[in-house]
Design a protein around this ligand. Structure first.
Ligand SMILES: CC(C)(COP(=O)(O)OP(=O)(O)OC[C@H]1O[C@@H](n2cnc3c(N)ncnc32)[C@H](O)[C@@H]1OP(=O)(O)O)[C@@H](O)C(=O)NCCC(=O)NCCS
Length: 165
């Protein structure tokens, strides 16, 4: 169920709960962004199982999204993506901060994510938000002509009670 829009620092971009009718827009951004995109079914499953799914919206257009699972003391940021035409304007950082905050509010003590070592812009974002590499998963990602490792990044959270939704 959609919650009320939650305004963050920049007034024209709103971060709100992703709903079923957003999935078509989300998948379009996903397909343009990744060589091996998530399917529509994966996004629908994430909604169905109650993951923290958020969209960034500007002028009624979905311009980005983030998906995170929470449980067993850990938040896991599973996807974070901004449409190419809206990158480098601070939206990715805001969405990441939002997810980290939701993880802490859900009582999680750590946030984890995987990122391709070749994805330097994402790694810069995560490192500037305080994430540190704690491991490497060998052959985690599909890649052209084989597999690519994933760097595992972690951020310690200050857990507190609150709503995850
Ligand atoms: C990674 C991504 C989410 C960043 O979103 P964004 O809205 O463009 O990022 P922001 O404008 O908030 O930038 C935040 C920081 O990220 C880093 N960054 C973002 N784009 C960058 C680029 N092209 N080159 C280098 N650093 C970059 C910088 O550290 C930047 O901080 P700064 O502006 O103070 O220098 C976006 O590039 C994206 O959607 N990429 C495709 C999907 C993807 O790879 N997601 C991550 C999967 S793990």
């Amino acid at each position: 169920m959609a919650t009320a829009p939650e305004m963050l620092a920049t007034p024209e971009v709103v971060i709100r709960t992703m709903v079923e009718t957003d999935v078509t827009s989300v998948v379009a951004i996903e397909r343009a962004a990744y060589q091996f995109p998530w399917s529509e079914g994966i996004f629908r499953d994430c909604l169905r199982v109650g993951y923290v799914c958020r969209v960034a919206v500007a002028a009624d257009e979905v311009i980005g999204y983030g998906v995170m699972s929470v449980g067993a003391g850990e938040a896991h940021i599973l996807n974070l993506c901004i449409s190419e035409s809206h990158r480098c304007r601070g939206v990715g950082r805001r969405l990441l901060s939002y997810l980290v905050e939701r993880g802490a509010a859900a009582g999680m003590s750590e946030a984890f994510l995987e990122v391709r070592p070749s994805n330097t812009s994402a790694i810069r974002l995560y490192q500037s938000a305080g994430f540190e590499q704690v491991g490497m998963r060998r052959g985690y990602y599909q890649a052209v002509g084989g597999r690519e490792d994933a760097a595992v990044l972690k951020l310690a959270l200050r857990p507190r009670r609150g709503s995850t939704r």
